[in-house]
Design a protein around this ligand. Structure first.
Ligand SMILES: [Zn+2]
Ligand SMILES: [Zn+2]
Length: 858
């Protein structure tokens, strides 16, 4: 066997295994009889690079996948790519100095695909280096026809079921991105704006109206008051005149009006916010759309037409103030809806869009069948479901996305949705192979595309074989994901799986936290707390980064990246390597009968297996790895190996072979327990020991080995002896004159003799001991203050007395001294007596442990 290096060379070991591993051992076997464990992994958005946050989440998935695989499950750890979307489009525009409308749709799409492919290549590299056990036979990319045919199929099927429809309806709109967005993509943030008080002319005098959005004046369709507002009763049912634009609108009564806000009158516009939409629908008001798709004012805004919303706000406020219509202004704190991708304030526009019907009670019902880890995350989904007012708007006015498989008849304008057998298709490139109901065969393609969540919300179905396999593997077992996408990815997946197959998507959902910078803030380049996984691969290796992910905290919590954890991980790897390097030439499996100390270690190992298994079952990876580290460091290295060194180096025989076997088993088991966390180091150790890969082995099973009390007692005696030597300032390997251990457990002495490097005798029962006073120690601090100038003489007298006599007097309550005939009475604390313990006439030190009394000859 070649000599192992003293220092653990993580780089050499990790790169070697990354090159030589056969990834097909991680493939899901569709024919297997083993129980399945399919993980509905998140398809990341492939732009930029694989970052620490990805690393954290993928480590969690890998820990679970490797553990379940070793436990005998047929595991699928697929890897998808959620390719479509705006950030890629924007990047393509920037890189090529174009806007999406300057090149043909197909050309633009190709540029997006190319950029995405490059990003996927980078992700592949990082993922391989991190040692992830991904099943590459189940890789998917949502931009590929093999995948988007599934998205289109789901669209067609849900449309047939009446769960997808097209309608003119107010939608959230990002003017910068130029597209509709779903409610789930609106973020709210508080901003300070201005509340403007205006005069409106009524039939009978003037009313006051307060608004923060004077630019929506041309979109005003009514004003409203609370029906019980006594101040304004006479206006209800009448009309008022909209200033500047000079048209009349009705005065409505509605209980949703807050009388205490502003003047108590509220302006209803189409649309300032969601409340406007509610009023607009309830009161059947007309539509006056004043803002267009690009965020500019429409002709209805008269002189402001063509200006942006912001420009209009400024100009119209100035005009209204000059004309005395605005007569008061005050600051206003309000929640503003922002586009979650670009943070631009959203507008609400009425548009023809495609919608998915949301059945919130049904989604809540399914969510209850799923195990939520941690459980409180379930509430977030329930709260979101309860807040649903509108259906899910799924059409987007973009290019790089799954095409909506539909056309419109040029003659009768009827929409024609594709049939399943025509898919996949892009309606811009393909005409439908049949005529419209009206007989026309001229169609206009649907140019809108699908929300990317329409792709990713069928991920569970797709990996489970939908729609082609007859043995659909639903539900899958686990969905790992971040808490930031509960209301999107989790919600939509439950919705879609239910709508398409009437089943829950997963048995359990594991919610992970975010990786933070070392300072506890979100990692960002501007805060200078940004770490790339590659930096850690270079400095400490992938196993160290994986250990940080495991030990940084329990899943669900946000976890700061910490170099000190990386350093601790490397130290642990070096420790384990040193143990391994020491052990390798000395160990071998055998069937020799184990001694007390060996049985103690086996029981400790058994407890470790139980503890680790139980923690892994609960996804508490930090608990599992902490238990492994404690065992390796304290139990194995500091105690067991120290105890059995003498046997290992000693003469051949059953005792030696028992130690060789026990240590071999401990290392072999540790390598398996650590395989999910440190796949490289574990492989290096396991492969050296057995010639096989640790990653096709089974998870260790506890043998029900009872704790060996005698072995445990020996371990405790050994630690006590070590401490004794340290306190006495004696080198650990220097011999002691002799040791006798008394215990009812009939302890084996060989290992103790080895660890103490001294003869050890084992006896049952209790030692018979004699306490002999041997010296007097006068206490100056007691004598001095009381006897002053006599002190020195008292001390001399005490020193001359028999220590046994003084001990007796102390017991009686006072000590008498004779100073040349003058008898003085001293308090008992004036002198201490040193007692020596004797056993069979010999002086000994006594050390006590829970199960033993140890006599050490002096
Ligand atoms: Zn936007
Ligand atoms: Zn037609």
């Amino acid at each position: 066997m070649s000599e192992l290096s003293k220092e653990y060379n993580f780089k050499q070991v990790e790169e070697k295994w990354e090159r030589s591993w056969d990834s097909s051992i991680y493939y899901f076997d569709w024919e297997s009889k083993k129980p399945q464990y399919i993980i509905d992994t998140p398809p990341p958005y492939p732009t930029g690079n694989f970052h620490i946050g990805n690393a954290l989440n993928w480590c969690y998935i890998d820990f679970a996948a490797r553990y379940k695989r070793m436990q005998g499950y047929n595991v699928m750890f697929p890897q998808g790519w959620d390719c479509h979307g705006l950030p890629t489009e924007v990047k393509v525009e920037q890189l090529n100095h174009i806007t999406k409308n300057q090149v043909p749709r197909e050309e633009f799409r190709r540029l997006c695909e190319k950029l995405t492919e490059e990003a996927i290549d980078r992700f592949h590299k990082s993922m391989g280096r991190l040692g992830l056990s991904i099943d590459w036979s189940n890789e998917y990319a949502t931009m590929k026809p093999e995948y988007y045919v599934k998205t289109q199929t789901s669209f067609v099927r849900m449309h047939e079921k009446g769960l997808i429809y097209r309608e003119d309806h107010p939608v959230n709109w990002c003017p910068r991105c130029g597209t509709a967005i779903a409610l789930a993509e609106v973020e709210y943030d508080s901003r300070t704006s201005t509340l403007n008080y205006m005069h409106f002319c009524a039939e009978d005098g003037e009313i006051e109206i307060a608004t923060s959005r004077p630019e929506l004046l041309p979109a005003c369709v009514a004003v409203a008051v609370h029906p019980e507002d006594q101040r304004y009763q006479k206006y209800i049912g009448k009309t008022v005149n909209v200033p500047l634009f000079n048209y009349s609108v009705p005065v409505l009564a509605d209980r949703a009006v807050d009388s205490s806000f502003g003047s108590g009158f509220v302006m209803i516009c189409t649309f300032g916010d969601k409340q406007d939409v509610r009023w607009w629908m309830e009161h059947h008001l007309p539509l006056r759309q004043a803002i267009d798709r690009g965020g500019r004012m429409m002709p209805i805004a008269g002189p402001y037409s063509g200006l942006t919303v912001e420009e209009t706000k400024e100009k119209i406020t100035q005009d209204l103030t000059e004309q005395g219509i605005i007569f008061k202004q005050e600051p206003l704190e309000q929640n503003v809806g922002l586009c979650w991708r670009c943070k631009t304030p959203i507008e609400i526009l009425s548009e023809q869009q495609w919608f998915v019907r949301i059945d919130a009670p049904e989604i809540k019902k399914v969510a209850e069948e799923i195990e939520w880890i941690p459980p409180h995350m379930h509430v977030r989904l329930e709260n979101w479901a309860d807040s649903m007012e509108w259906d899910w708007c799924i059409s987007r006015q973009r290019i790089f996305a799954t095409p909506i498989p539909a056309w419109y008849c040029r003659h009768c304008h009827e929409a024609l949705v594709a049939e399943e057998s025509w898919l996949p298709l892009d309606p811009n490139l393909t005409q439908p192979p049949k005529k419209c109901k009206c007989g026309s065969s001229e169609f206009i393609p649907e140019q809108d595309v699908l929300d990317t969540w329409m792709d990713s919300s069928i991920s569970a179905l797709a990996v489970a074989g939908w729609p082609d396999r007859t043995d659909l593997r639903m539900p899958t077992q686990l969905r790992p994901q971040g808490h930031d996408i509960i209301r999107t990815w989790a919600f939509y997946t439950i919705l879609r799986t239910g709508a398409l197959e009437g089943i829950r998507p997963w048995d359990a959902i594991l919610i992970n936290g975010m990786a933070l910078g070392e300072d506890g803030h979100k990692m960002s380049k501007s805060l200078n707390n940004f770490i790339r996984p590659e930096e850690v691969f270079e400095s400490n290796g992938a196993d160290a980064l994986r250990q940080w992910a495991a030990i940084g905290g329990s899943p669900g919590n946000d976890i700061p990246f910490q170099w000190k954890e990386i350093t601790a991980a490397s130290r642990f790897q070096q420790k384990l390597w040193s143990i391994f390097r020491f052990s390798l030439p000395l160990i071998a499996p055998s069937d020799a009968v184990a001694g007390q100390v060996d049985r103690w270690l086996s029981a400790e190992l058994d407890q470790l297996i139980t503890k680790t298994t139980e923690a892994m079952d609960r996804f508490q990876f930090d608990e599992a790895l902490k238990a492994i580290r404690a065992f390796a460091w304290d139990v194995l290295a500091d105690n067991y190996i120290e105890l059995v060194k003498a046997r290992l180096y000693g003469q051949d025989g059953p005792e030696k072979r028992a130690a060789q076997d026990t240590l071999f088993t401990a290392l072999e088991t540790l390598a398996r327990l650590m395989a999910p966390f440190t796949p490289f180091l574990s492989e290096e150790i396991y492969h050296t020991l057995t010639g096989q890969s640790v990653h096709v082995q089974s998870w260790p099973v506890a043998q029900g080995q009872p704790m060996d009390r005698a072995g445990l007692a020996i371990k405790e005696v050994a630690s006590t002896l070590r401490r004794y030597k340290a306190e006495k300032g004696v080198a650990l390997n220097s011999p002691l004159p002799g040791i006798v251990v008394y215990s009812d457990l009939d302890l084996e002495t060989a290992d103790l003799a080895g660890v103490a490097n001294s003869p050890v005798e084992s006896r049952t029962g209790k030692p018979s001991l004699e306490m002999k006073p041997i010296a007097v120690k006068p206490q100056m601090k007691v004598i001095g203050p009381r006897f002053r100038d006599k002190s020195q003489r008292i001390i001399m007298a005490l020193m001359g007395m028999d220590p046994a006599d003084i001990a007796r007097q102390k017991e009686a309550g006072s000590i008498e001294v004779d100073l040349d005939g003058e008898i003085l009475e001293l308090p008992p604390e004036a002198a201490e007596v040193e007692i020596q313990t004797l056993s069979a006439g010999e002086a000994v030190d006594i050390l006590k442990t829970k199960e033993a009394t140890v006599l050490v000859r002096r």
